[in-house]
Design a protein around this ligand. Structure first.
Ligand SMILES: [Zn+2]
Length: 424
């Protein structure tokens, strides 16, 4: 164990036996609650012929069918607005967000949810008294707002910047002596490069010691090497919140105590042993929004080795890919169905293909399309297409190009991922 280890609470160093008992207890209670109060969960159990009394421990989880992100999209039409997984009326919720998909999500009201945010940021290195630049979005997608509420409570001073405004971000980091950045690693790199262009030397002129970011493509090394800022990562989704986080050792992400993580095989949904790659399946032990066996579409493996930090939780390895045709860029999924709904609005666009590449270690999104018929105002159409892409996918297109007719094959994929290491 590292000599200077501190923990968010004693659950993090509980024996494995104690952890299993905690998970089994909470699971029984959450399943019984969800069966009565979450109609979609009850319907799922009825189809599988499973009763709450059949779920005695985490070993019984495979009696509950998995819900995928696509299932959730469909269920939100059957059980609006939350798909039948929220157990209280909307008036009792503290906040409702619209996440990419688009789907409606809520952090719910549970202490367990909020504790996951605090626990993961503490594990990543945030401490009370830190001055935190929060560059996650404060509207629509929930991340910025949720962090804000919880990390203020935790004792950090939060600066609500959201995305964009790179020059202002530089000024704020300098003037307010920001110690911790949170947001995407690619945005931090943009800010640091902007700072250099403005004449700052980030190593000397800034107090920034730590960046806490969602999993990214190897930018961690670039930022640490070039700017001396330590980077720690977490894994989570807009639907379920934060699931796992890096500790100071960064040897796999510790799974938060109020989450049960399974890695299951792609066909049979059987739980896989440590080290084998399969679908990430998450069960959150929250009462308001009990996600029980939810698959966000990520592929990874888990690790049961001891961590030198002293935490005893299971660890999640980096995301190694995604299920189906979706790709992930700058931390967000892009599904072919989203792309098709964008492009279908424009009569002038025929065949199209989104190319996800990497430029200077950053994800680069280029949409190529063929014209259909004559369009007098191509620029206007492309601008509308950019806006629609940003609204639906929550990402900016880097490039949109009209290619000659016949360039794109009718059988070609709608989304192509050209990155060497397309992982999470
Ligand atoms: Zn650790």
């Amino acid at each position: 164990m590292s000599p200077n280890c501190t923990y968010y609470d004693e659950l993090e160093t509980a024996s494995r036996k104690k952890r299993v008992e905690y998970h089994d207890d909470r699971l029984r209670s959450i399943v019984a609650h969800a069966y009565v109060n979450a109609p979609a969960f009850r319907a799922k159990m009825e189809v599988a012929g499973t009763l709450p009394s059949d779920i005695k421990s985490i070993d019984d989880l495979n009696k509950i069918p998995i819900t995928s992100k696509e299932d959730l999209l469909k269920l939100q039409k059957t059980y609006p607005p939350f798909g039948g997984f929220v157990t209280v009326p909307i008036r009792q919720l503290k906040a409702v967000c619209m996440s990419p998909g688009p789907i409606y999500t809520t952090p719910g009201n549970d202490e367990t949810y909020f504790r996951r945010v605090e626990r993961s940021y503490f594990g990543c290195g945030l401490r009370p008294g830190d001055i935190l630049l929060n560059t996650f979005s404060y509207h629509i997608s929930p991340m910025g707002l949720l962090l804000d509420t919880n990390l203020k409570r935790f004792g950090a001073t939060v600066i609500p910047m959201g995305g964009g405004n790179k020059q202002l971000q530089v000024q704020v980091i300098h003037d307010l002596k920001v110690t911790v950045f949170t947001g995407t690693a690619s945005f931090l790199l943009d800010i640091l490069q902007t700072a250099e262009a403005l004449g700052y030397n980030p190593k000397k002129d800034f107090d920034l010691r730590l960046a806490i970011t969602p999993l990214d493509h190897g930018l961690m090394k670039v930022i640490e090497r070039d700017y001396g800022i330590r980077v720690t990562e977490f894994y989570g989704t807009a639907d379920v919140g934060i699931v796992a986080y890096n500790c100071e050792e960064r040897s796999g992400m510790h799974v938060c105590e109020d989450v049960i993580l399974e890695i299951v095989d792609l066909n049979g949904d059987d739980r896989l042993e440590a080290g084998k790659v399969g679908k990430v399946v998450i069960t959150t032990l929250d009462k308001t929004v009990p996600f029980i066996r939810y698959s966000p579409g990520d592929l990874s493996s888990w690790d049961d080795g001891d961590c030198p930090c002293g935490r005893t939780s299971q660890k999640l390895n980096p995301i190694s890919g995604w299920i189906g045709e979706a790709v992930k860029a700058r931390g967000m999924f892009i599904h072919p169905s989203q792309l098709s709904s964008i492009v279908s609005k424009f009569a002038g666009i025929g065949r199209y293909q989104l190319v996800c590449g990497s430029v200077n270690n950053k994800d680069h999104l280029a949409l190529n399309y063929e014209m259909k018929g004559a369009s007098s105002n191509r620029e206007e159409m492309e601008e509308s297409c950019r806006i629609s892409f940003r609204d639906i996918c929550r990402l900016n297109l880097d490039k949109i190009t009209c290619v000659p007719g016949g360039t794109l094959s009718a059988e070609g994929k709608e989304i192509v991922d050209e990155r060497k290491n397309a992982s999470g």
